[in-house]
Write a protein that binds this ligand. Structure first.
Ligand SMILES: *[C@@H]1O[C@H](CO)[C@@H](O)[C@H](O)[C@H]1NC(C)=O
Ligand SMILES: *[C@@H]1O[C@H](CO)[C@@H](O)[C@H](O)[C@H]1NC(C)=O
Ligand SMILES: *[C@@H]1O[C@H](CO)[C@@H](O)[C@H](O)[C@H]1NC(C)=O
Length: 274
């Protein structure tokens, strides 16, 4: 009995081995690759999701099927077969915003162009290609960012304090620091408001530093990690405390007037006596 079981196992093993080899050979003839790492789309620019595949001998497109899909919800981003775009099942969110590079398809380039990229486009995209040699797929991650605008400076004075504020718009949330003259971290008040004018792909940053010294030499630092954007804006100024000077001048004038009045009164009194 044991001998028989062993034979069945060997037979089954050989079958599995052949099936595996067959699938490896078939899948091995088409290979789909995407660029490594994450891709960052910048607002207002066109983004190209790269995807390459092993082209068919003779650059034949007759059996080519290219499908770009979102991984999260399997929504169709772009679809191509019978040598033309097939957009009936395309997700409405991508309507009119996608295209392939048609002259590149025969060279094994199934890259997808997306225009008007926004925060809703952030996510994972699958590039799946079928030819008569088989099917393969690969995945690419898309991020989205907006370079921060040149920070706008405003300075306001109150009784005993001066407040320095910078404002800027960008995406996503930045790292913000205020540094003192020796490069030390200063405590600051920073708020990031989501959705400027209902635009969810833009943050409004307001950051302020308050001081009660008559001279300032500080640096505002903003970093947008995703886009490797670094902004450093130094601020230095000194201001005279005019309000206390005013009080001194008023007091001095009052004294002079008082002395004159006393002198006049004394003179009148002296004149009346004589
Ligand atoms: C595919 O075509 C696009 C558009 O011409 C190009 O930007 C991209 O570099 C091409 N990809 C490769 C791998 O050649
Ligand atoms: C401000 O400090 C920097 C060093 O942190 C120095 O190089 C610069 O001269 C200072 N500016 C003023 C106006 O004091
Ligand atoms: C300032 O704070 C940041 C974190 O907010 C830290 O990474 C950095 O090392 C600090 N720098 C100094 C000089 O303390």
């Amino acid at each position: 009995m044991p001998v028989l079981v062993n034979r069945v196992n060997t037979c089954w093993g050989a079958f599995v081995y052949v099936a595996l080899l067959d699938s490896i050979l078939r899948v091995g003839t088409i290979k789909v690759t995407v660029p490594e790492g994450r891709l960052t789309a910048v607002r207002g620019r066109t983004t190209i999701l790269g995807c390459e595949f092993t082209p068919e001998p003779g650059s034949d497109l007759a059996n080519l099927v290219v499908t770009w899909q979102r991984q999260e919800d399997l929504h169709v981003v772009h679809s191509y077969y019978y040598q033309q775009d097939q957009l009936d099942r395309q997700s409405a969110e991508y309507h009119g915003r996608t295209s392939l590079f048609y002259s590149e398809l025969s060279k094994g380039n199934a890259s997808l162009r997306i225009i008007d990229v926004g925060p809703r486009d952030v996510g994972r995209y699958q590039c799946m290609v079928s030819t008569s040699s088989g099917t393969d797929k690969a995945e690419i991650q898309l991020d989205y960012g907006v370079f921060y605008t040149e920070p706008r400076l405003s300075i306001s004075f109150s009784a005993k304090k001066v407040s320095v504020q910078y404002e800027a718009e960008g995406f996503p949330k930045p790292d913000v620091k205020w540094l003192g003259e020796q490069g030390q971290n200063l405590s600051h008040h920073t708020e990031v408001l989501e959705g400027v004018d209902g635009d969810i792909g833009l943050y409004h940053l307001k950051s302020s530093y308050e001081a009660d010294t008559p001279a300032l030499n500080i640096t505002f630092v903003l970093r947008n990690e995703l886009l490797h954007q670094d902004l450093q804006r130094p601020v230095s100024f000194s201001y005279a405390d005019d309000s206390s000077n005013g009080v001194v001048i008023t007091l001095a004038l009052s004294c002079v007037v008082l002395i004159i009045i006393v002198l006049i009164l004394s003179w009148l009194y002296w004149k009346k006596r004589t």
